[in-house]
Design a binder for this molecule. Structure first.
Ligand SMILES: Nc1ncnc2c1ncn2[C@@H]1O[C@H](COP(=O)(O)OP(=O)(O)OP(=O)(O)O)[C@@H](O)[C@H]1O
Ligand SMILES: [Mg+2]
Length: 800
């Protein structure tokens, strides 16, 4: 906005008095207008030239100023922008145009109108002005340097201003001056006067800022000094302590402790902690119960193997050798473990990922882990996490707790006595979590190589380095393992054993092992093949070999007792016919010899954490009103699946020869006995449908058939999980004819070689195929159905 040069320019314009600020020419400022007089002035001016005069009140307290209360020099300004705020005030953006002198008031209501004379901006550049400008700029530079609130770019824009008057105004606007000081600059019309005033103000401002800065420095120096003193005092105390202890005579017990602490080769942090506690101990009356707490704590510190390690090695061939020596079969598992060790051997890093062995009970997880320890020449320790719900069980309780102890990790490490054992964390899938904190988070810290260098047990308080521990985990099933934990793990699946494998394990491993354990020589006892098979089939029914081992042990215990009692050394052969005497009556009936095909009962295959199993599903149909009852503690998914099976059979009523209204006139009861088997999941769908169809058609289901598969409303058979375990479960029950979803065929191809060869597999896509195989005869469709679906034979058809 160019300032005009003439002074004879006169104008009449509205005036808005300002309470506590001064608008300088060339400056753009936001203003809040609230007083009604001022608002009226704004309204008037907005529709016209948008020009107004701002003049400052002499005293900001006056609410309703009259002309006498308003300074006579003001600023002609243009309203650039305006915005009404919700609270009734108006926010405007005004740009100062030029200084004006108020010549007279034309009116004071409804708002002020004034006649004004423009005051020319002096432009002449005398030597004195030049000198003043330089001074002011220098001062301003200094001011900006001291004042962090003003951006340093401001300096650049100031230096570029040519008009000395504008320069002074702009600088003045940056200073934190009082209103009357600012007004005095506005009123200083002569340029020398204005610059001089400004220079004076700048001086004062700089002085204030410098004092401020000095004060801050002083305060900081004072803080530094306090810290230094504190540090020196601490150091002095430590030195005094060192010296003092030598002089003081300690009781023998304490001397012992002191010696132990020195001898224990503790890491610095632990030593410091031990000495600190020791110090507390000797100052305490020896009978104080607190003294005992400290002793226990010191013992923990002293007994932990901070740096004690066994020499260990990672040698793949050794691992392979030992795994083979200790375990029968497990070809895939051994392969996977060797692959894992190949990587460990190559990278030289243990603990990047953690081995996790997953499988049903008794398949050799613990025993594989202990073989690994042997192969690595490390000590072996294990902790069961089953049922651990409290973070403190893993990490310990703080010492403030009565009877507190370290958590299981530190306890095991202390027991095993070295800092680099193979550490088996059993049953990671059985970890719980509740209000006492999430133990899996603590476990994650234990297993994470980034964090376990400094594992902190709440009780110990001192970090223990777990990074040399070789962790292995086991679980029966993968799903419950928290995802972050699973991500750290290298999963190795171990499935159940076939009969042949169990035979191999029993002959090659379990019998010799138990013989030795019972002090019997191998040539003294012989198990006949038939006897072992009977134990496997009729005295145990399991995925692993845990009970098999136990049963063999039972027999050998009895034999050993007899031998001792009879004081003789004769060879004993265990025959199948002897088992009744050793073990009592058989526990499981193998095969189906005595069973009859039944109406309304079908055999399903289920997967459980203990391996695969068979489960009978029963359906009873009674006269009634269409109620569907489900019993046997069925899970929600299984209930849904029962309903789907129901609808599917309903839609096939005609084809199955069932009365179409059956569901209105009958009550249907679906029951799954054997409470132990977890009964959720959709895979019993086709079994329920088959039992249902059988109950309604009164056609029996073949007892030698077992099945698994999800069913859709339209009768499609969908794939299921846990195939191998289910197949082995069927075989254990002596069922050799299986119905499986067609979509599981590819899974089957993968495991074909690991499963018994005497099983017949039927892969199906539709429920109709299931019924064809499972029902002893084909249902007779209703006549109406036959008409629709068997078109009359075209007449005159000729044989080609
Ligand atoms: N393939 C095998 N060869 C030789 N022995 C085996 C084999 N599998 C398991 N065993 C033996 O069977 C017994 C049970 O195995 P182990 O205790 O390792 O099972 P697990 O999988 O850890 O079971 P759980 O899930 O109940 O802890 C052990 O004595 C083990 O040596
Ligand atoms: Mg185990």
């Amino acid at each position: 906005m160019m300032a005009e040069k003439t002074t004879d320019w006169k104008q009449e314009l509205p005036l808005i008095p300002l309470r506590n600020m001064v608008v300088f020419p060339q400056m753009v400022v936001p203003l809040f207008i609230g007083r009604s007089k001022s608002v009226k002035a704004l309204e008037d001016v907005l529709n016209k030239e948008r020009m107004v005069v701002f003049a400052t009140q002499k005293s900001e307290e006056v609410e309703e100023p009259s002309s006498k209360d308003i300074c006579s020099i003001g600023t002609l300004s243009e309203i650039v922008q305006m915005q009404e705020l919700p609270d009734g005030t108006t926010k405007i953006l005004a740009e100062g145009v030029s200084r004006v002198k108020i010549e007279s008031y034309v009116s004071e209501s409804p708002y002020f109108r004034v006649k004004l004379i423009k005051v020319a901006e002096p432009e002449e550049m005398t030597v004195e002005v030049e000198a003043l400008i330089r001074t002011v700029i220098k001062q301003f530079e200094k001011f900006v340097k001291l004042n962090k609130r003003i951006p340093s770019e401001t300096l650049m824009s100031i230096v570029n201003i040519e008009n000395p008057g504008h320069l002074a105004d702009l600088i003045a606007s940056y200073l934190t001056l009082k209103v009357d000081q600012k007004q005095s600059i506005l009123e200083a019309l002569a340029i020398q006067k204005r610059l001089k005033k400004l220079s004076e103000f700048l001086d004062k401002e700089i002085e204030v800022l410098e004092v401020e800065k000095k004060l801050q420095g002083k305060v900081r120096r004072q803080i530094d000094k306090v810290q230094k003193e504190y540090y020196l005092k601490e150091k002095l105390r430590a030195i005094q302590e060192e010296l003092g202890e030598e002089e003081e005579a300690l009781s023998p017990e304490f001397m012992e402790y002191r010696k132990k602490i020195d001898a224990a080769k503790l890491p610095p942090e632990a030593k410091k902690q031990a000495l600190k506690e020791f110090d507390r101990l000797i100052k305490m009356p020896s009978m104080a119960s607190e003294a005992n707490v400290i002793r226990t704590y010191l013992d923990w510190i002293l007994e932990l193997p901070w740096k004690k390690k066994t020499k260990s090695k990672v040698d793949m061939t050794e691992v392979e050798h030992i795994l083979n020596k200790d375990h029968y079969g497990l070809k895939k598992v051994k392969e996977r473990i060797l692959e894992y060790f190949a990587v460990v051997q190559r990278t030289g890093k243990i603990g990047g990922t953690i081995l996790c062995l997953i499988g049903p009970p008794g398949v050799g997880k613990t025993s594989v882990a202990s073989s690994i320890a042997r192969a690595m020449e490390r000590k072996f320790t294990r902790v069961s996490l089953g049922g651990v719900r409290d973070e403190a069980e893993i990490r310990g309780h703080r010492r403030t707790y009565v009877g507190s102890m370290p958590g299981r990790i530190i306890q095991s490490i202390s027991k095993v006595g070295v800092s680099n054992p193979v550490f088996l964390l059993d049953e990671v899938d059985k970890l719980g979590a509740d209000f006492r904190g999430d133990p899996s988070a603590a476990l994650l810290e234990v297993l994470d190589p980034e964090q376990n260098k400094e594992f902190s047990d709440h009780y110990m308080e001192i970090a223990f380095d777990l990074s040399d521990v070789f962790f292995i985990t086991t679980a029966n099933t993968m799903e419950p393992i928290p995802k972050p934990l699973r991500d750290r793990m290298e999963i190795v699946e171990m499935s159940g054993y076939t009969e042949e494998e169990k035979m191999g394990i029993a002959k090659g491993f379990l019998v010799p092992k138990e013989l030795e354990r019972h002090g019997l020589k191998p040539e003294m006892v012989e198990f006949e093949e038939d006897a072992l098979l009977s134990i496997i089939r009729e005295y145990t029914r399991e995925a692993g070999v845990r009970n098999l081992e136990r049963t063999i042990a039972t027999i050998l215990r009895k034999i050993a007792t007899t031998l001792v009692r009879e004081k003789q050394e004769k060879k004993i052969t265990v025959k199948k016919s002897d088992l009744n005497e050793y073990l009592g009556a058989i526990k499981y009936r193998f095969g189906l010899a005595e069973e009859k095909d039944q109406v309304g009962a079908a055999t399903g295959l289920v997967w459980t954490e203990a391996g695969g199993d068979t489960v009978p599903i029963e359906v009873t149909v009674m006269k009634g009103r269409g109620n569907l009852t489900l019993t046997g503690q069925l899970g929600e998914v299984m209930q849904e699946s029962a309903k789907a099976a129901m609808s599917c059979i309903r839609s096939r009523a005609e084809a199955l020869g069932i009365d179409e209204d059956f569901y209105r006139k009958t009550d249907i009861h679906i029951h799954v006995p054997e409470g132990a088997v977890p009964k959720d999941g959709p895979s019993a769908g086709i079994t329920i449908a088959t039992a249902l169809a059988s109950a309604l058609t009164e056609i029996p289901v073949r007892r030698d058939v077992a099945m698994t598969g999800e069913i859709t409303l339209r009768g499609k058979v969908l794939p299921i999980g846990g195939l191998k375990e289910k197949i082995l479960g069927a075989k254990r029950a002596g069922i050799l004819n299986l119905i499986l979803p067609d979509e599981n065929k590819s899974d089957y191809e993968e495991i074909k070689n690991e499963i018994p060869s005497d099983i017949k597999f039927n892969f199906v896509k539709e429920i109709d195929e299931v019924l064809n195989i499972a029902l002893v005869r084909k249902p007779e469709p209703k006549p109406a159905y036959r008409e629709k679906h068997e078109p009359p034979r075209p007449e005159g058809q000729m044989l080609a």
